[in-house]
Write a protein that binds this ligand. Structure first.
Ligand SMILES: Cc1cc2nc3c(=O)[nH]c(=O)nc-3n(C[C@H](O)[C@H](O)[C@H](O)COP(=O)(O)OP(=O)(O)OC[C@H]3O[C@@H](n4cnc5c(N)ncnc54)[C@H](O)[C@@H]3O)c2cc1C
Length: 391
């Protein structure tokens, strides 16, 4: 599955090489580390960087490979098939690099993009707050101008990989006087020391224990009078943060749809294999029509999500607005991943609920897609708005 007449030699070669990397470096460690809620080894992240996975779509002048978004989807699907956490390292780097490429000053592009592409600068996205999730424009973390610096005060939540990041893209309120809340925000590129935790006293973090996604830790990050230089504002202009963020939605949602396809495909592969090995009533359970049809439905849904993702990737590469296609791909793939991973667990029966098989990991990870990168409710709201507007 996944072969497509529209895929080029470059796409197919990339798929083979990332699949090979995943089999060698990711599959052997995923279950063991996930079951102990341990982070991805830095060595694996370094190898991904060396293979150019973090600069795949960035222009060559900034150290990237200038590949298309279908390549991004293919690479992400294959990595996520091994372990969602590994397929998700690049998401925050994609968000930061997309923001900087589209809106950064030339100095910011030169400072960050080559280092993001080479893996020398890991990044994390600090948008969500304890009291602000879907309603992004209501972000409250305050950034005040103080003697040539910005002083940050407030809290962010669910900041994934914030500990290991060298730089956080922080959405902050810089212009509280703006008549519209959408014009009150800016994105600040906040450098920090990478490590297991944070450097107190002005930045501190608490790890948020989660039911899955264990290879990456998500954090509450507290800023208390934390100073960052004046030129840390993305693009050097304040009040544009909310709108700047919109550019990330297309690429990041295409990538998130691909992550969902990867996790679902892994669960399908496992269920297909198991259904041929598990015997009940004297035959392999794959011979029961209801199991056969489950498998057929699962494979069909995965392929539909994959093709929607490729379609969104092509729309993005055409240079036209692709938010509708990306939103549809993400929303459909998220629903699909929840259903497919649940059916995969069902095919395993009681063993599916045990920790002995990775199918429970796919199910836990597969549930996440409806929650992050825009909840499904918000996704369908955005899709409907666009359809009703007739744009
Ligand atoms: C594992 C994990 C990793 C994450 N990583 C990051 C990260 O790296 N950086 C980051 O900034 N954030 C991250 N997030 C946060 C994530 O983006 C938010 O959880 C998400 O945006 C939803 O926000 P919320 O949790 O505050 O839910 P809320 O916005 O409070 O929503 C609660 C419920 O209400 C529904 N709802 C809200 N508004 C509407 C509406 N207008 N119409 C209909 N329904 C509505 C939602 O769909 C949802 O079902 C992560 C989350 C998780 C779980």
């Amino acid at each position: 599955m996944g072969d497509n007449v529209t895929l080029t030699e470059e796409h197919l070669a990339l798929r083979e090489s990332v699949r090979d990397f995943t089999q060698r470096e990711v599959v052997p460690i995923a279950d063991h580390l996930d079951s102990q809620a341990k982070e991805i080894p830095m060595e694996v992240i370094r190898k991904m960087a060396e293979l150019g996975y973090f600069g795949l779509t960035l222009p060559e002048e900034y150290g990237g490979s200038a590949m298309d978004h279908t390549c991004l989807a293919i690479m992400t699907e294959e990595l996520s098939r091994g372990w969602l956490s590994v397929g998700s390292v690049g998401t925050r780097l994609l968000i930061a690099s997309t923001l900087i490429l589209a809106h950064g000053t030339e100095e910011q592009k030169k400072k960050y993009l080559p280092r993001i592409a080479s893996g020398a600068c890991l990044t994390a996205a600090a948008f969500t707050e304890p009291d602000v999730g879907s309603d992004t424009a209501s972000v409250a973390l305050r950034a005040e101008k103080v003697a040539g610096n910005w002083k940050l005060t407030g809290a962010k939540s669910w900041c994934t990989m914030a500990n290991r990041a060298h730089m956080l893209t922080v959405l902050a309120k810089t212009n509280p006087e703006a008549p519209k809340k959408h014009d009150s925000l800016s994105i600040l590129l906040v450098d920090k020391e990478p490590g297991d935790g944070f450097v107190p006293p002005t930045m501190a973090g608490d790890y948020i224990p989660a039911i899955g996604y264990h290879g990456l830790k998500s954090w509450n990050v507290m800023f208390e009078d934390h100073l960052v230089p004046e030129d840390a504002v993305l693009g050097g202009v304040t009040g544009k943060g909310f709108r700047q963020l919109m550019v990330t939605y297309e690429s990041a949602r295409i990538q998130t749809a691909a992550r969902a396809v990867g996790v679902a495909q892994a669960s399908f592969d496992a269920a297909l294999r198991y259904s041929k090995e598990r015997f009940q009533f004297g035959k392999a359970i794959s011979e029961f029509q209801i199991i056969k049809h489950k498998l057929a439905h699962m494979a069909t849904e995965i392929e539909a999500a994959r093709q929607l993702t490729y379609h969104a990737a092509r729309a993005k590469d055409s240079g036209r607005r692709a938010d509708l296609e990306a939103g549809m791909a993400k929303a459909f793939a998220a629903d699909m991943a929840e259903r497919v991973t649940s059916e995969a667990l069902q095919i395993y029966g009681g063993y599916g609920y045990s920790k002995e098989y990775p199918v429970q990991r796919y199910w836990r990870d597969g549930r996440l897609f409806k929650v992050f990168e825009g909840t499904s409710e918000i996704q369908y709201e955005v899709i409907a708005k666009r359809l009703l507007s007739g744009e």
